[in-house]
Design a protein around this ligand. Structure first.
Ligand SMILES: [Zn+2]
Length: 150
């Protein structure tokens, strides 16, 4: 019930729940929160019955597009987005791994053009179940456990 109260404090906007604490600030950065003028509340290490501890982010008057939120699917696959309208949860959204990720993953091939030119990386997700991705430029395949988020 306490969680519902925290979520209800937002009049309109998005409350992101169940963020792994270790990835909270990475999630904030991937969502571009550092460049927003919206009112943002960030809380970390809340007790969670599901995952032990969790982070929560609330953004007033912001409703994300699918491609914006799917950027975080790799580091926070079990995240829940509560869409708040008039103080009530009007919709709950989960994230899904998109077909490709731009500017999210660092290529682990030091000779790759993306490590030598000022340009965003681009990876195609070649297996959504295992989370395996392939660099669009050098075709290096990277398994989920070896992925480095930029
Ligand atoms: Zn590459």
């Amino acid at each position: 019930m306490k969680k519902e109260m925290q979520v209800a404090a937002l009049e309109n906007g998005t409350a992101i729940d169940h963020i792994p604490p270790a990835h909270l600030f990475k999630v904030a950065s991937l969502l571009g929160l550092d460049k927003m003028d919206n009112t943002i509340t960030i809380g970390n290490n809340f007790h969670s019955s599901k995952m032990g501890f969790k982070g929560v982010i609330k953004i007033a008057d912001k409703f994300f597009r699918e491609d914006e939120i799917n950027r975080i699917a790799l580091i926070a696959p079990n995240i829940v987005l509560n869409i708040i309208r008039d103080y009530e949860v009007s919709e709950k959204k989960t994230v899904t791994l998109p077909d490709s990720l731009t500017g999210v993953i660092k290529c682990n091939n030091s000779k790759c053009i993306t490590n030598n030119e000022p340009m965003p990386t681009r990876f195609d997700v070649i297996n959504k179940e295992t989370g395996t991705v392939r660099c669009h430029y050098c075709e290096r395949k990277i398994n989920k456990e070896d992925i480095i988020i930029q």
